[in-house]
Design a protein around this ligand. Structure first.
Ligand code: GMT
Length: 378
């Protein structure tokens, strides 16, 4: 198949998932065309079946806001036409679904039919999408998609609650390449972070308000009272400074490290003992799944789709949003002795296999095939 993939090229989960999907499809022999404004972060190596088309957004003195969506739709038309694509798969509704609708309509006039599949990822529905500035366009363009998928049951239900969606939303869970994340820890790296064998706690996100990163610091503060530990923060974003200030005021700053945005998550996760995710909402929590695949148990909130991936008492623990005390106690339960920790690590790694890339990518291929068979050229 010749597949167009549209996504955000950044470190966010939707971009990561879309890029990994494109890479997996290319390995299966499909021709994959990425259409985005920048080279996706997880697309650093050369893969023969992958093509990359950068969306150029020319500036003009009249434009206070360069019209990205128009440039994107035009690039879609160009790429679909010139490469005879079979379908377009857009990740994150805003503005990808509406740009795809525009491209589809333009091509229809030329007698070309292009099925559009929209995958909803989370904040495109639960945060940004429901804002009335965007909502009518989001709802319309989702409804115009030929197929709609959501990354968890929770997100599917939230989408039905938020918008008047007339079509079926299929759930296709996010995935992880279990083999890639099953790394042996690099001892020298572990020693740099935890020179005296301290437990290593880890958080990775875009540090937006919804992640409640200050809760991570509070949990670490509680854990550290009882168990020697270090905290690694991966990623960056608007709440980083607040987290740092809180850590300083609690006196735990010297035991924490901000390592910024990292591509080699598998190497970092390999040295971690516990992953913390304190979000107010997660449609899925891909970062937590990647942690589990690396054999790292997860302490998370029970918000949104996290209940669908983290199993309480098995792969980690969950608590209500903001319940620092429970999350700290449960973290200590996991970290208290090597035997207990080993059990959680094993169960986390085993559970992640359910979401292995090999099980999930075929579901997308089946979905694509359904549309190729059903849809006839105009
Ligand atoms: O979490 C973010 O702020 C980034 C966002 C994105 O669109 O990249 O992540 C969303 O999509 C991920 C991939 O499907 C999910 O794993 C995240 O849970 C989801 N984030 C939220 O729902 C807040």
């Amino acid at each position: 198949m010749r597949i167009g993939i549209v996504c955000y090229p950044t470190f966010g989960g939707s971009g990561v998932l879309a890029t990994e999907l494109g890479k997996a499809l290319a390995r299966e022999g499909h021709m994959v065309h990425f259409i985005t404004y920048q080279q996706p972060v997880r697309l650093s190596e050369f893969i023969p079946n992958i093509y990359y088309h950068e969306v150029q957004v020319p500036t003009y003195p009249l434009f206070d806001y360069p019209p990205y969506e128009t440039a994107l739709a035009s690039t879609m038309v160009d790429v679909i036409r010139n490469n005879n694509l079979d379908l377009l798969h857009v990740h994150y509704a805003i503005p990808h679904a509406s740009a795809a609708y525009m491209a589809k309509k333009i091509l229809e006039k030329e007698g070309m039919h292009i099925p559009v599949i929209t995958t909803l990822h989370g904040t495109d529905i639960t945060l940004v999408g429901r804002d009335k500035t965007y909502a009518p366009v989001v709802a319309f363009s989702i409804n115009q998609s030929d197929a709609i998928t959501a990354v968890s049951n929770n997100l599917r239900d939230e989408t039905y609650k938020t918008f008047n969606i007339e079509k079926e939303i299929e759930v296709i869970y996010n995935f992880v390449d279990v083999q890639r994340f099953s790394r042996k820890p690099i001892d020298a790296f572990r020693k740099v972070i935890a020179p005296n064998g301290e437990r290593i706690l880890l958080h990775a996100s875009n540090f937006r308000k919804i992640k409640r990163v200050q809760d991570i610091v509070k949990i670490f503060y509680e854990v550290q009272k009882k168990i020697p530990a270090k905290l690694l923060f991966v990623g960056d974003g608007p709440e980083r400074q607040a987290a740092e200030e809180l850590a300083r005021s609690l006196g735990v700053c010297d035991d924490m490290r901000f390592v910024g945005k990292q591509e080699q998550m598998e190497d970092i996760l390999a040295i971690a003992d516990l992953f913390l995710l304190t979000s107010e909402y997660e449609s899925f929590g891909l970062a937590a799944l990647e942690a589990m695949a690396a054999g790292v148990p997860v302490i998370s909130t029970n918000a949104g789709g996290l209940k669908e991936i983290n199993i309480n008492g098995e792969t980690g623990y969950m608590a209500d949003v903001g319940d620092i005390l429970t999350m700290s106690r449960k973290a200590m339960d996991i970290l208290q002795d090597d035997e207990t920790l080993k059990g959680f690590k094993k169960r986390a790694a085993d559970h992640a296999k359910k979401f292995d890339i090999a099980n999930i990518v075929p579901l997308y291929e089946e979905l694509y095939e359904r549309f190729l068979v059903m849809e006839k050229p105009l």
